[in-house]
Design a protein around this ligand. Structure first.
Ligand SMILES: [Zn+2]
Ligand SMILES: [Zn+2]
Length: 318
C-alpha cells in the first residue's frame, strides 16, 4: 500500500484504467485507459466541489490529453461535494450526466435531501453545519444508468445500487480484477476524526454521519460490498486501499459496523419516495449547538472551511 502523501491536481493511479483525483476532502475518479490509447472512451465519476471545474479539466488534460471529452459524468449520488462542478463540466463537454433513478428527485430540482444532522457528533458533523444539503437541477442533462447494470461505454464495469447514504446511491465494481469504487457507501478514512483530514490515514469507516438517510439500509449496502471481497478499494473520501488483506479488513469492518450511537435519523429515518423526501422525524436536541460550545464549533468549522478554500484557491492558481 502506498504512503499517505497525496499528489495534487493529477489523477493518481488506483488500478489499470482507474484514476483518483483528490479535491480537498473528496475524490473524483476517471475510468478508462489514459493517454497512449487514443479514442478510447472514458467516464468521469463524480464532480467534486463547486469551483473545482478548472482543477478537474487540468487533471483530465494530463491524463487523457488536451481536448479529451468523456462519454459522460456518472454521479454516484447528489451530495454537494460530489456534484459541485457537474453542470459546468457537462455543459463545457456537452455530455450527459448519469445517475440512478432513485437519485433523480435530488438531481432534477424536485426535492432537497433531509436536513443534515449535526447531532451525530464528530468532525464531519460539526463541519456539516456550514455545508449545503439542498438538491440540484440537472434535468436537461440527466440520464438513467443503463438498466442492465453496466456502465455507459465501459464493458467490464457494473454499477451496484448501494442505498442508505442516499436512496439512489451507487457503487462501481470491475469483477475481472476486483476493483471497487464504493463512493459514500463507506469511507477509507475516519470522517469523525479531525486529525484524519490531515494525516490521511487509511481505515474503513462508515458513511458520512450527518448526511446519511437510513442507517439500516446503509449497513446492508456495506455488507453487500464486503461480500465482493475486492482487491482494490477506493471511496468518495480517503485514499485508495489495496493489498492482500483489504478484502479481509473490509469484511471485519462490515461485521463490526454499527450506526452512530445518536442522531436524528438513527432510530427513525426520513421517508423518501419517487419524488424525494416525504416525511421527516422530529428534530432532536443538538448538544453541540448551545452557548460557548456552539461558538467554538462555528469558529473551528469556519477555520477549517477557510483553510480548505485557501488550499483550493492556491491549487487553482497553479
Ligand atoms: Zn455523500
Ligand atoms: Zn461524500
Amino acid at each position: 500500500m502506498k504512503g499517505t502523501r497525496e499528489e495534487v491536481g493529477v489523477f493518481e493511479a488506483v488500478a489499470p484504467g482507474v484514476g483518483r483525483l483528490g479535491i480537498l476532502f473528496v475524490n473524483v475518479f476517471a475510468l478508462g485507459e489514459p493517454v497512449g490509447e487514443p479514442g478510447r472512451p472514458w467516464l468521469l465519476v463524480d464532480a467534486g466541489l463547486a469551483g473545482s471545474a478548472g482543477l478537474i479539466r487540468r487533471a483530465v488534460a494530463g491524463r487523457f490529453g488536451e481536448g479529451a471529452r468523456p462519454e459522460g459524468i456518472l454521479l454516484t449520488h447528489g451530495h454537494f461535494d460530489h456534484v459541485g462542478a457537474a453542470r459546468v463540466l457537462a455543459e463545457g463537454w456537452d455530455v450527459p450526466i448519469f445517475a440512478h433513478p432513485l437519485e433523480a428527485p435530488y438531481l432534477t430540482g424536485r426535492s432537497d435531501y433531509p436536513p443534515r444532522d449535526p447531532t451525530t457528533g464528530g468532525a464531519m458533523a460539526q463541519m456539516s453545519r456550514l455545508m449545503p444539503d439542498h438538491g440540484y437541477d440537472f434535468s436537461e442533462r440527466l440520464r438513467e444508468l443503463p438498466a442492465d447494470g453496466g456502465l455507459p461505454a465501459l464493458p467490464g464495469w457494473r454499477w451496484l445500487h448501494t442505498p442508505g447514504h442516499t436512496p439512489g446511491h451507487v457503487s462501481l465494481y470491475r469483477g475481472a480484477d476486483g476493483v471497487l469504487l464504493a463512493a459514500d457507501a463507506f469511507a477509507t478514512m475516519n470522517l469523525d476524526s479531525w486529525s484524519a483530514y490531515l494525516t490521511r490515514g487509511r481505515e474503513f469507516s462508515g458513511p458520512s454521519p450527518p448526511f446519511t438517510f437510513v442507517w439500516g439500509t446503509a449497513q446492508e449496502s456495506i455488507e453487500k460490498l464486503a461480500e465482493l471481497e475486492p482487491g482494490v478499494v477506493a471511496a468518495g473520501h480517503g485514499l485508495a486501499m489495496s493489498g492482500e488483506d483489504v478484502a479481509c479488513r473490509l469484511r471485519e469492518f462490515s461485521a463490526g459496523f454499527t450506526p452512530p450511537p445518536r442522531g436524528r435519523y438513527v432510530a427513525s429515518p426520513p421517508v423518501a419516495g419517487e419524488d424525494g423526501v416525504e416525511g421527516l422525524p422530529p428534530s432532536v436536541p443538538d448538544p453541540y449547538a448551545r452557548g460557548a460550545g456552539a461558538l467554538a464549533w462555528a469558529l473551528a468549522g469556519a477555520l477549517v472551511a477557510g483553510l480548505m478554500l485557501l488550499a483550493l484557491a492556491r491549487r487553482r492558481r497553479r
